[in-house]
Every structure is written in C-alpha cells, then in structure tokens.
Design a protein around this ligand. Structure first.
Ligand SMILES: [Zn+2]
Length: 276
C-alpha cells in the first residue's frame, strides 16, 4: 500500500469514526503464508491475534507474522484504553511448497545418534528458542530490510526437505549460494542476540533481535565479526559466508521469525537488486 493511500484510508477511518482516533487500527503488509504485517494502534491498546496477545510498543507499533501453514482467516482485535474496540478479519493467502532433495550429507548430520551429538543439539535448540521468546519493545525493524548477501538462491522458504532420502523438517529460510568469505550483512537494525561459534546443524550462527519478537538468523558462516549485545544497523557486516554445520557448500542460510513462527525472508525484501 502506498503511503498516500494509507493516509487516505486512515483519514477515512477517522471520519467514519466521527474523528475519534481510538478507532484507528492501521495495518499493512504481505497477507500470505510466511508474510509479515506491521501496524499501529493507540498506545496502551490490548491487541490479540486469534485470541493470543500481540506485543505493542510504547508508541503503538506492532507486527504480526503468518506461518508456513497459517490458516486462511485470522482475527485481529484491538481494545484501546478508552473508546470502542475494533475487530479486523485478515485473509491469509495459501501457498504451494516445493519438495527439495539433498543427498551426500554426512550421516551424522542427518541422523545423529551419539549422546554427545544429541546433547549438543538440545543445547543449541534451547539457546535459539530462548532468543525467539524475547519481547523487546523496540521498533528497530522500522528502517526496513535488505538481502544480507546476494547470489544464486539455492533453497527457498517452506520446501519439504528430504535429506539423504529421509524426510526432515521443512526449510525455514532462504539459502543464498556465494563464495566463501563473501561479507554477510544484517538485514536490518537490531541488537545481536546470539553468537555461537559451533552449533551442530547451523555451525557459526548469529541471531539479531529487531524488536517486538522479530528475529533474523544467519548460519553456516565462516567467520563472525560481531558480539552479543552489539547494536547493528541495516547493511552492517556481521560475518562471512561459509559452510560450517550441516552444509554441502558455502552458502548463507537466512531465516526470519516472529517469535517461534518462521517467516519467508524473501517476502520482506523483494527481488535481489544487482548492486545490493
Ligand atoms: Zn537453508
């Protein structure tokens, strides 16, 4: 939606509500599985999506994400501190996902059995889950997003994965193949929430907190050039492309989540530009 159109719709909503600003629930985004929407309500509004509370920043900003299997209709409800509440029905477009087969991975990385590996996997997962639980009431995402690295897309969001002939979890991000050592940049402003030099599946891993539950993850890196707690701005280098963890060659796996819901990073940035 263009800025002017959005102003017009908000203005129209205000007129319809007798110029009562408490009625304004502004939302725009990509209403499709894997998509993200941002919006604004009156500060102090209690917001729910299908009955589940949604974090609202002190200025009234909020974001919501739609998972890989999000249902066709979702209900957003805003209860402002004063004045009438507002309910909005969101139509979420369904997608079809590919099947991707990858062979030649080390057996240990597809079907781990040793107690040491299993303990590591559990600990890695716990660290990632902890970051995805955080509700930082910041709106770092306001400055927009960009591709962290450009190159051939070797894996898309949502694909059903068959690794060495065995069905595994769907692919939760976008893979971009690029030469080892290519700079990896943060997709947007945020705080570095996790740096791990050696995760079992994901190798050298960085997670960035963009506020209100939106996080991005950058994995299989060769080098990491940031520390936990660093504030980074869109386009700042955070590491280099590598093939650490479960990877058949150098590429960046880039993931984006809204809390524990995986989103499609490609929907946040649009097509790659030649000189990004
Ligand atoms: Zn991947």
């Amino acid at each position: 939606m263009t800025f002017l159109l959005r102003i017009f719709l908000v203005a129209t909503a205000l007129v319809a509500a007798g110029a009562d600003p408490a009625r304004a629930l502004e939302i725009s985004g990509t209403f499709v599985q894997g998509g993200l929407a941002t919006g604004k309500v009156e500060p102090g509004t209690a917001l729910t999506l299908d009955g589940n509370p949604v974090a609202v920043a002190p200025d009234g900003s909020f974001i919501i994400g739609f998972g890989r299997k999000a249902k066709g209709k979702m209900v957003l409800r805003a209860v402002p501190p004063e004045g009438p509440s507002e309910t909005r029905e969101l139509q979420i477009k369904a997608r079809k996902y590919k099947i991707q087969r990858i062979d030649g991975l080390p057996t240990r990385k597809v079907s781990p059995t040793s107690p040491a590996d299993l303990a590591r996997i559990k600990s890695d997962r716990r660290q990632i889950v902890e970051v995805r639980k955080r509700t930082t009431l910041k709106t770092f995402f306001d400055t927009g997003f960009m591709w962290p690295v450009t190159g051939r897309i070797s894996g898309v969001f949502g694909s059903q994965r068959i690794l060495n002939g065995k069905p595994r979890s769907p692919h939760n991000g976008v893979d971009v193949a690029a030469p080892r050592g290519t700079p990896v940049k943060t997709m947007g402003d945020g705080v570095v929430a996790l740096v791990n030099q050696d995760m079992f599946f994901t190798g050298k891993t960085v997670m960035i907190d963009h506020g209100l539950g939106l996080t991005s993850v950058y994995i299989h890196m060769d080098k990491i050039t940031v520390n936990e707690g660093d504030f980074v701005t869109k386009g700042m280098q955070i590491g280099t492309v590598g093939a650490t963890g479960r990877a058949t060659g150098p590429h960046l796996h880039w993931g984006v989540s809204w809390f524990n819901i995986h989103l499609d990073p490609a929907l946040l940035v649009g097509p790659q530009k030649p000189k990004e």
